[in-house]
Design a protein around this ligand. Structure first.
Ligand code: CAA
Length: 241
């Protein structure tokens, strides 16, 4: 039987590419979303992938949301923690709301959602968890002290959870995309993108969401069982560690 995957923030941007790639590879996929009903509806119509509305920043909402997914599709074998937002501004201007929104959506969400599926994965002796970090969690980014903090936290979480679950057939890995041509990146002021960011990318272009999705597809495969606690970067050579 096909393995079941849940992709948070799975109806737009990189998440939509991941959901679609997983479906095309034969997985049963559920795509979570929170705010944009219209985009989620369009995504469901275009792909046939069921969508589930819940707030990954909220524990109780995540509990109910994951329960709804499992009631419809069965136990979740693969979790892709992808949902994320930006609230870019210099730290000296940042409000508590801008800090909290990014930390809760981009980092608390990993606790809120993963906590719902980990026991089942441990019981069944199989699991694949992929957390979407960012180049800006690895190197820091002007205007993103909140986002960089959350995305660096994602990497620490990934390694600790990988250690705790290595003997249970569960791998936990991160993918750290660079600047990918999504709505999120297109919201960066055009002048900053063209004059500051693009010249930093050796490959000379933005990435495509499908180029990130392929990394996820590899990590969730049965054959990737020896890879855990790792970070795959897909950033056009912008940052090498
Ligand atoms: N590096 C160095 N200096 C910079 C800078 C940068 N990246 N960005 C802005 N500055 C400079 C400005 O030019 C300005 O200088 P002057 O005062 O001499 O003109 C100074 O810093 C202060 O600028 P502002 O007061 O206007 O700063 P701000 O608080 O309004 O913030 C900003 C501006 C939000 C940081 C804006 O520059 C911006 O959006 N930058 C891009 C941030 C970015 O890359 N975000 C990534 C979003 S995509 C994503 O997150 C996905 C992913 O994982 C990669």
């Amino acid at each position: 039987m096909a393995r079941t995957a849940l992709v948070t923030g799975g109806t737009r941007g990189i998440g939509a590419a991941i959901s679609t790639a997983l479906k095309e590879a034969g997985y049963a996929v559920a795509a979570n979303y929170h705010g944009n009903d219209e985009a989620a509806h369009r995504f469901r119509e275009a792909t046939g992938i069921p969508v589930f509305k819940f707030d990954v920043a909220d524990y109780e909402s995540s509990r109910r949301g994951v329960a709804a997914v499992e009631a419809e599709l069965g136990p979740i074998d693969i979790l892709v923690n992808n949902a994320g937002i930006t609230r870019d501004t210099s730290f000296h201007k940042m409000t508590p709301e801008q800090w909290r929104a990014v930390i809760s959506t981009n980092l608390d969400s990993l606790f809120n959602v993963t906590r719902q599926v980990i026991a089942g994965m441990r019981d069944r002796g199989f699991g694949r968890i992929v957390n979407i970090s960012s180049i800006n969690g690895q190197k820091g980014q002007f205007g993103q002290s909140n986002y960089s903090a959350a995305k660096a936290g994602v990497l620490g979480f990934t390694k600790a959870l990988a250690l705790e679950n290595a003997k249970k057939g569960i791998t936990v890995n991160a993918v750290a995309p660079g600047y990918i041509a999504t709505e999120m990146v297109m919201a960066v002021p055009e002048k900053v993108l063209r004059e500051v960011i693009l010249p930093q990318i050796p490959v000379g272009r933005l990435g495509q969401p499908e180029e990130v999705a392929r990394c996820v597809l590899f990590l969730v495969s049965e054959e990737a069982g020896f890879i855990t606690g790792a970070t795959i970067t897909a950033n056009g050579g912008q940052y090498m560690i």
